[in-house]
Design a protein. Structure first.
Length: 579
């Protein structure tokens, strides 16, 4: 009986998918959107990844060969770098997830002051350029460090290495774990924990037997996401890693130093495999293992923990982390105004003048290309979210997987794959602005897709059906009904895309050209020249630009997508009634 019922459900699902596919074929605009999306994903996602996979398995003459793979796997240096990269990722993931959990638990469970401040601090590193924390470490603990040399009198301190890299990556990536865990902790039914307390369980026992098990999927998810970000990170190991080399740095050095693209491609695959595996594991297994039960029954408001021996230690821990982050950011901002760090702390604007003279064109390029890619990525993300969340047809699974795949691909791997795919005819894009726009668009689009999908799943289908019954086609219904409802998702996707576009390093390090150089490449070159104060000036300007554009985006999106006022309609009806 069970097998018969399961077979019947599968048959019904197939029939429903077939009918939905036939319906799409009868709607030209929707059909064009699906076909165009598939073509774009094949060209700019699947094709580059296949290109690097095939290229890594050929020799110099284009014949199939695994010699480079054998060389990588039998060379102790490369195996050691792989092991160090994995170790760094695990350490950072564990520490960052712990800090993220403490922040999320403190904000969602305890009655502590300054929650708005803590939320801001917990999300600040996501919106900041990747170099800012590395710069602060150098300013504070380097050879001319304010703490090491000026305060403690320690000269010649070596700040570069794994220790500094762990600190920088933890502070950079713990907000990812916080955002994941705060949503999980907020969705746990308060009555479950209250029931344990009412039965005599202590707060500590309730946490370990109820709260922690229910939040375990979020903990695993946060760990995996932070692990992926640590593997992909290029800017921090390049600036603060020193002799502690990671896979992303090794790939860059092999290609730019030894000019061995094939060996670099093979090494890039070693970086790609664990990153994509962790991402797919998180997306398609961990997300299905949520132990949180959400019912339709009304629940009582959550009673915040007010015991002093619980909330004040948690609050103190969060404030210490917040103080460290503010110290790091404040140091970089102050460092951009001093004449010579470590020698002359007199205030000046020379660093900004030198920085703008050195890289104004690059800064302008980053803003223009970032803005274009953010708008395109936001719109395309909303379209993909719509055709995957609201429709069920053959080919939908391919769109769902391939559209978010770039999010898991390390930037270094992505840059190499685009060089290999678009450096020869028939589609030569390297050295142009178009290839940078394409990379930014498809690299950052998954966030817009996820935000749009989450929003669309909460919108009742009857709203669009009412529009269709009244004679509106799919395009009109999407533009006038669905899109305004996606205002917040669209805004968050555009802000994220713009932020990541103008702060990208690893994905574009192989794609920039003399004509289309980017500000992050200029900052990276300033690190090589040890011009840290000019780099600090650039980083500070990027932070200000991001804040300004976030405000502009918010105003534009609200103005364009806000529902029209109904007052004029009421006046018209009243006039007609009088006549």
């Amino acid at each position: 009986m069970a097998k018969t019922a399961a077979a019947g459900e599968k048959s019904t699902a197939r029939m429903k998918k077939l009918n939905e596919t036939k319906m799409i074929l009868r709607q030209p605009l929707l059909l064009v959107a699906v076909i165009l999306t598939i073509l774009l994903l094949l060209l700019f996602v699947v094709y580059p990844l296949l290109k690097i996979l095939i290229f890594s398995m050929t020799d110099a003459d284009g014949n199939f060969s695994l010699e480079n793979l054998k060389t990588i796997l039998t060379t102790s240096r490369y195996l050691a770098v792989f092991g160090r990269t994995m170790l760094l990722g695990v350490i950072v993931a564990v520490i960052a997830t712990f800090i993220g959990y403490v922040f999320a638990y403190t904000i969602t469970r305890t009655n502590v002051p300054c929650k708005g401040f803590l939320k801001t601090i917990a999300t600040l590193p996501i919106l900041s350029p990747p170099f800012i924390l590395s710069l602060s470490i150098i300013f504070l603990f380097g050879k001319q460090g304010f703490i090491t040399k000026t305060l403690l009198g320690i000269t010649g301190n070596n700040v570069y290495g794994m220790g500094s890299l762990v600190v920088v990556q933890v502070m950079s990536f713990f907000p990812i774990a916080y955002l994941t865990l705060s949503g999980i902790l907020s969705s746990i039914d308060a009555s479950v924990e209250d029931a344990a307390c009412n039965m005599g369980a202590s707060r500590w026992h309730t946490f370990w037997t109820v709260t922690f098990p229910l939040s375990l999927p979020g903990i695993i998810s946060g760990c995996l996401l932070v692990f992926i970000q640590s593997l992909e990170d290029f800017s921090n190991p390049a600036t603060i890693g020193g002799e502690f080399s990671t896979l992303s740095i090794e790939v860059y050095q092999i290609i730019t130093g030894s000019y061995d693209m094939q060996k670099g491609s093979v090494l890039a695959l070693l970086l790609l495999l664990p990153a994509v595996t962790a991402y797919l594991f998180n997306k398609y297994w961990v997300s299905k293992k949520s132990f949180v039960t959400v019912t339709g029954k009304p629940t009582q408001a959550r009673k915040m923990i007010d015991e002093g021996h619980i909330k004040w230690p948690l609050f103190a821990f969060c404030m210490v982390v917040a103080a460290v982050i503010l110290l790091f950011y404040g140091t970089v901002i102050f460092g951009s105004f001093v004449r010579t760090w470590g020698y002359d702390y007199s205030l000046t604007l020379d660093q900004y003048r030198k920085a703008l003279a050195y890289g104004w064109d690059s800064l302008k390029n980053s803003m223009i290309l970032g803005l274009i890619s953010a708008v395109i990525g936001g719109l395309l993300g909303m379209i993909i979210a719509y055709i995957t969340a609201k429709r069920n047809y053959y080919g939908k699974r391919f769109i769902e997987v391939s559209s978010v795949l770039m999010f898991a691909v390390p930037g270094t791997v992505l840059g190499i794959s685009y060089v290999l795919a678009f450096n020869t005819k028939p589609l030569v894009l390297t050295g142009t602005a178009l290839i940078l726009i394409i990379v930014f668009t498809f690299r950052n689009m998954p966030v817009a897709i996820e935000s749009g999908t989450t929003t669309l799943l909460q919108i009742d289908n009857s709203i669009e059906e009412a529009s269709t019954i009244l004679g509106a086609d799919t395009g009109y219904s999407f533009r006038r009904i669905t899109l305004p409802m996606l205002r917040n998702a669209f805004f968050s996707g555009i802000v994220y895309s713009f932020t990541k576009a103008i702060t990208a390093v690893s994905a574009v390090i192989f794609l920039v050209s003399a004509r289309w150089n980017l500000v992050t490449s200029k900052i990276y070159s300033l690190f090589d020249q040890a011009k840290y104060s000019q780099a600090a000036a650039f980083v500070t300007m990027l932070v200000l630009i991001l804040l300004v554009f976030i405000g502009i985006f918010n105003g534009i999106i609200n103005m364009l997508l806000a529902p029209r006022s109904k007052v004029p309609q009421a006046k018209t009806q009243k006039t007609e009634g009088t006549k």
